[in-house]
Design a protein around this ligand. Structure first.
Ligand SMILES: [Zn+2]
Length: 398
């Protein structure tokens, strides 16, 4: 019986270290810290689609969002969500976006799951007070739940980073048409009641990420039948299209800027002697291999503080692209007490480097289990960890 892999896995949560403290979103001196902008180039490595109205549940036709001139773009909200979840996994930030109470409509009966007590560490308490924010909420902002907040005005923080839409000057990056539709099979919602997958030793396994696949391995067919969990894509972005976006930031601490730069670009790794990029995932049908993208930082500009700008009569802007790695290194040193090499042994970084890489060790037979698979005990095992997959042990058997 062949081995198979579930399309996703979980990045472990790290041990708490001294750098992981909660602090106010805004410093007392509002002109302190680093302000400026980062320009990034985004290249989809597989077909990608962000639809206007995904409408999970019923099969219908979906199209990539485009601007008024018919050029596709990737909206800032999607980019922000993507970078935030990577930053949370890198820095063990709070589980702000993770809904800890699930209500799932099973075929026979509704299932309610509350996993709040199964999350460990700093992550167990989502930030709710602007004076005590984790590094991710300081960067990307937060909206605390009303009942968590004692005083008014302490519940909302806009964040110190703003991200623009990723745009392109070309319209020929779109593929597909009403005559040439792409049917993507089995787009489903999460099922956290499958405890074997989501839990280990009574705790949530970590943060969910999807494996990458090569564009020619995507599970999609042209003009096929559309079933209950399938979607029909009318237009999508083709692989190797080219987009650009800008990130503006203000008053960042040095470690905050380092984390931001790392979460944006990630790093090139060598796995089994193969040089591989670490890629992000954006948009729909991630489980089916869509939405892998490479991000390169092409500019990093720092604004001089207002006082020295006035004194020097200069442009007030410094090109700091060659300092990028120094900022990234500083984050790992101050936050975890690890240098650039040592950080690779942190459980969360070990996992991220492997699941975010596109390379040969990843299993090609990747799909959600059939319903019958859940019903039998024979051959049934818990989800292998990312390390298991990397070392090719404890694989799932069909
Ligand atoms: Zn937080």
């Amino acid at each position: 019986m062949p081995e198979f892999l579930i399309p996703y896995n979980f990045v472990r949560t790290t041990e708490i270290s001294t750098g992981q403290k909660k602090s106010p979103g805004i410093m007392h001196d509002k002109f302190s810290g680093y302000s400026g902008k980062i320009v990034c180039q985004l290249t989809p490595k597989t077909r990608t689609i962000i639809a206007e109205n995904p409408g999970f549940g019923s099969a219908h036709e979906l199209s990539q969002i485009c601007d008024n001139d018919g050029k596709p773009f990737l909206p800032s909200s999607s980019l922000k969500g993507m970078f935030r979840s990577v930053a949370e996994a890198v820095a063990n930030g709070c589980y702000l976006l993770f809904d800890k109470k699930y209500h799932y409509k099973h075929i026979n009966h509704p299932i309610d799951v509350d996993v709040s007590r199964k999350i460990r560490g700093i992550a167990s308490s989502p930030c709710s007070d602007i004076n005590h924010l984790c590094i991710c909420c300081r960067l990307f902002g937060m909206v605390g739940k009303q009942d968590d907040v004692q005083a008014e005005g302490k519940a909302i923080f806009g964040g110190k980073v703003s991200i623009g839409d990723a745009t392109t000057t070309k319209d020929d990056y779109l593929e597909g048409s009403y005559n040439n539709k792409l049917v993507v099979k089995g787009i489903m919602t999460p099922k956290p009641h499958h405890d074997l997958f989501y839990e280990m030793n009574g705790l949530i396994r970590g943060r969910k990420f999807y494996y990458h696949r090569r564009d020619n391995e995507l599970k999609a067919i042209l003009n096929g039948d559309v079933g209950e969990f399938d979607k029909s894509f009318v237009k999508w972005i083709k692989a190797e299209a080219l987009f650009q976006f800008t990130v503006n930031f203000s008053n960042l601490e040095k470690d905050e800027l380092g984390l931001l730069l790392y979460a944006l670009e990630l790093e090139e790794k060598k796995v089994n002697n193969e040089k591989v990029g670490m890629y992000h995932k954006i948009g729909m049908a991630k489980a089916q291999g869509f939405g892998s993208c490479e991000i390169k930082i092409t500019r990093l500009e720092l604004m001089d503080n207002p006082q020295s700008r006035y004194q020097n009569f200069g442009t007030g802007i410094t090109d700091a692209l060659n300092k990028k790695l120094d900022f990234q290194k500083h984050f790992f040193q101050s936050y975890f007490g690890k240098d650039w090499i040592q950080k690779d042994a942190l459980p969360n970084i070990f996992d991220l480097q492997r699941i975010m890489s596109l390379n040969g060790y990843q299993c090609h037979n990747m799909h959600h289990p059939e319903q019958t698979w859940f019903g039998t005990d024979e051959g049934r095992k818990p989800l292998p960890t990312i390390e298991d997959v990397f070392l090719n042990r404890n694989m799932l058997i069909e």
